[in-house]
Design a binder for this molecule. Structure first.
Ligand code: BGC
Length: 266
């Protein structure tokens, strides 16, 4: 089955590495013009833009800290100036600042909530405002806009030593579902993706050597994920093939959320 996102414009936050990078690349390969958002890593963002252009696609890199209202609004304005419309938002930017609860600073808490949750609110709001301004674009999609929130298995699975991260992702779940409930009638589709252990910079230590063996015990399907596993789902959720999928979270986790510790316990 061939998925085409020709004539659509996608904005991917946190696209200079990891899941955002793979998602931006996959959306471009499916024909979308792509805004590659980054905060500090200009080099890989620009390299991805060049790669997309060399392959005949359209892309632009835009720097913005998604936790800052003005920066987000300026990024969306520039994106729309560049490509004339917006069809797909992948609200992906996210980070971890891990610490035992007793040692977690207010700064660790706030930074994670600001980027992972407030950032998704600000970007979703900016996208929804643009979807309303531009109206339906039936020649590109049945939906009047699509938003994909990058969550985590930790919207469901509590995570000791990472309470800021787990709280932010629990928040993303209800943010996504509440927005979906609110804007469904406008024919705007809103969904989430909850990745499990995917090999990226965010979990480099946990996915290598001895630690990787421990991690595999938590993954019934028996392998650590690749960014492409998530990017494939992003492309599908952005396309009309998923036109009746709304307000749901797709877990891409090799079964991590199946409570594998119970295989021979309990
Ligand atoms: C986290 C990773 C972790 C994975 C599974 C993700 O959301 O960012 O660090 O390996 O969840 O626990």
């Amino acid at each position: 089955m061939h998925i085409s996102l020709e004539k659509q414009v996608a904005l991917v936050t946190g696209a200079s590495s990891g899941l955002g990078y793979a998602s931006a690349k996959a959306l471009a390969a499916a024909g979308a013009a792509v805004v590659v958002n980054y905060r500090s890593q200009a080099e890989p963002a620009e390299a991805l833009v060049n790669e997309i252009r060399e392959a005949g696609g359209q892309a632009v890199a835009i720097e913005a800290d998604v936790s800052q209202e003005d920066a987000v609004d300026a990024m969306f304005a520039e994106a729309i100036d560049t490509f004339g419309a917006l069809d797909i938002l992948v609200a992906n930017s996210g980070l971890q600042k891990d610490a035992a609860i007793a040692d977690m600073t207010l700064d660790d808490w706030r930074t994670v909530l600001d980027v992972n949750l407030t950032g998704q609110f600000l970007c979703a709001r900016a996208a929804l405002r643009q979807f309303a301004r531009q109206g339906p674009r039936p020649w590109v999609s049945r939906a009047n806009g699509k938003i994909i929130h990058m969550s985590s298995v930790h919207q469901l699975i509590p995570w000791a030593g990472h309470v800021n991260y787990a709280a932010s992702k629990g928040g993303v779940d209800l943010l996504m579902r509440s927005i979906a409930q609110e804007v469904g009638e406008q024919r705007i589709r809103v969904n989430g993706i909850a990745p499990g252990a995917i090999r990226t910079a965010i979990n480099e230590q946990a996915t290598q050597g001895e630690a990787a063996r421990d991690l595999l015990r938590l993954i019934p399907y028996g392998r650590i994920g690749d960014p492409q596993d998530v990017a494939n789902a992003v492309v599908w959720l952005a396309s009309d093939l998923s036109d009746y999928v709304h307000g749901t979270t797709l877990f891409i986790d090799g079964g991590m959320s199946l409570y594998p510790e119970f295989r021979d316990n309990g």
